[in-house]
Ligand binder design. Structure first.
Ligand code: UD1
Length: 420
């Protein structure tokens, strides 16, 4: 077990940082590779544990997978699907493995995967995924913690999602591309990762329209072929570094970040008195004056991303005045508040809202990363705190950030890795 030891900075972060490919885009794209016998080449793949787990899962199903971590390229060839199932060992390691369900249903007419459990941030059911599959003619049975899906003839249908779930939208798209007829997903998620998946599927020969809006129409085709695709930059990694610059009063340049995907984050940073400039070299983020308090509500895209909520709580903890954060996407996503309090933050939680009274300064403490983004928030607070902060359980952080410590060191941070 490793921990990060972070020493609070006197001066802000300065320099350039390269944003990696998007974790949340690459996972469904890897699942999509199951839809063809041909070779698919995916570029700009971040070398993260979650990606390795997805690669292992595809291998267990019979695909040949090569992950060149230096070049950040994954090649997949699923010439045959030896077994349309993921056992608990291979698939139980991460929730996103359930995205293989749609692709397996589309390709083989059957799928068997562990029912993803809840996690630190909420109960996270998959009822909307299953409802979509059912409308497309699939039967589902749940036994011993596994979901078994079968469809003799997968057909298109009209699917209204009660909530614009990212995973359900992706899973239904993956099943629909090879189904018979037209599928319309209403109240679909519009996240950039959905459009990246749609772009890859179109390169494979799929017919998809409306991605990026709340209505996606997919016309099933007989077969798909191999394709080469470069994954979009990770907007949450970018947002995290932007918030790091903001909290330390720094001035940094993000290379490979996409401004259009970061609009809600940029707008809220502007309210906090943090400036952003889209330059030829990348996205410049800097703060000179004091941090202003804000009101913030997480929403599906293009609303403010729930995956940036924890990092903004760190920022609000040192702003001058009272801020309010309302979390509407996940039911229990304030685990970081308790850890931030250990560093001197003044935060009160009332159901889905957090009231944050900005304090003069935070102090280093021993804290624990309870999940991926909560862990990132602790690093940000530690950069702005007085003295050293020890962050344990950093494996959560490393699930979603490639070399976050090295990237921060390049920007002048003092962060080191130690054995627990
Ligand atoms: C994805 C992202 C995650 C992000 C989230 C919301 C990946 C791998 N993960 O997760 O980082 O925080 O989108 O932007 O891309 N829900 C149901 N029933 C369902 C499905 C979802 O009730 O069948 C609920 C969830 O419990 C949650 C909300 O809908 O409260 C949003 O979940 P969803 O959009 O599905 O998130 P994920 O795809 O799991």
């Amino acid at each position: 077990m490793e921990k990060f030891v972070v020493t609070g900075m006197e001066n802000g972060l300065r320099g350039r940082v390269q944003i990696s490919g998007s974790k949340n885009a690459v996972l469904p794209i890897l699942a999509a590779c199951l839809l063809t016998q041909d070779i698919c080449e995916i570029r700009n793949v971040p070398p993260l544990l979650d990606v390795e787990h997805m690669a292992e899962l595809l291998c267990a199903m019979g695909a040949k997978v090569d992950f060149d971590k230096e070049k950040e390229i994954v090649t997949v060839q699923a010439e045959e699907i030896a077994q349309a199932e993921g056992n608990y060992e291979a698939a139980g390691k991460m929730r996103a493995s359930f995205l293989a369900a749609g692709a397996l249903l589309g390709r083989c007419g059957q799928a068997r995967l562990p029912l993803p459990g809840g996690c630190q941030i909420g109960s996270r059911p998959v009822d909307l995924h299953l409802k979509g599959f059912q409308i497309m003619g699939a039967k589902n049975r749940q036994e011993h913690g596994m979901v078994e899906l079968t469809a003799k003839n997968l057909k298109g249908g009209e699917i209204y999602l009660d909530f614009p779930s990212v995973g359900a939208t992706e899973n239904i798209m993956l099943a629909a591309v090879l189904a018979k007829g037209k599928t319309v997903i209403q109240n679909a998620a519009a996240e950039p990762e959905i459009s990246d998946l749609a772009d890859f599927l179109r390169k494979m020969g799929a017919e998809i329209e409306g991605d990026g809006t709340d209505t996606i129409t997919i016309t099933g085709v007989r077969e798909l072929h191999g394709a080469v695709h470069t994954v979009i930059p990770d907007r949450i990694e970018a947002g995290t570094f932007m918030t790091a610059a903001a909290i330390t009063g720094g001035d940094i340049l993000l290379e490979h970040a996409k401004e259009e995907h970061l609009k809600p984050v940029i707008a809220k940073l502007a309210e906090c008195n943090v400036k952003t400039e889209n330059t030829e070299d990348g996205l410049r983020v800097y703060r000179k004056g004091k941090l202003h308090p804000i009101q913030l509500k997480t929403m599906p895209y293009p609303g403010f991303p729930t995956d940036m909520q924890a990092q903004f709580m760190s920022l609000m903890a040192v702003a001058k005045g009272t801020s309010v954060i309302t979390e509407t996407v996940f039911e229990n996503r304030f685990m970081h508040a308790g850890e931030l309090q250990r560093m001197g933050a003044d935060i009160k939680i009332d159901s889905r809202s957090a009231v944050i009274e900005g304090v003069e300064g935070l102090t280093g403490a021993k804290v624990r990363a309870t999940d991926l983004r909560a862990g990132a928030a602790l690093i940000l607070s530690a950069l702005a705190a007085k003295g050293d902060t020890e962050i344990s359980d950093i494996y959560h952080i490393e699930r979603g950030y490639h070399q976050i410590d090295e990237k921060l060191r390049q920007l002048g941070a003092e962060i080191r890795r130690e054995e627990e």
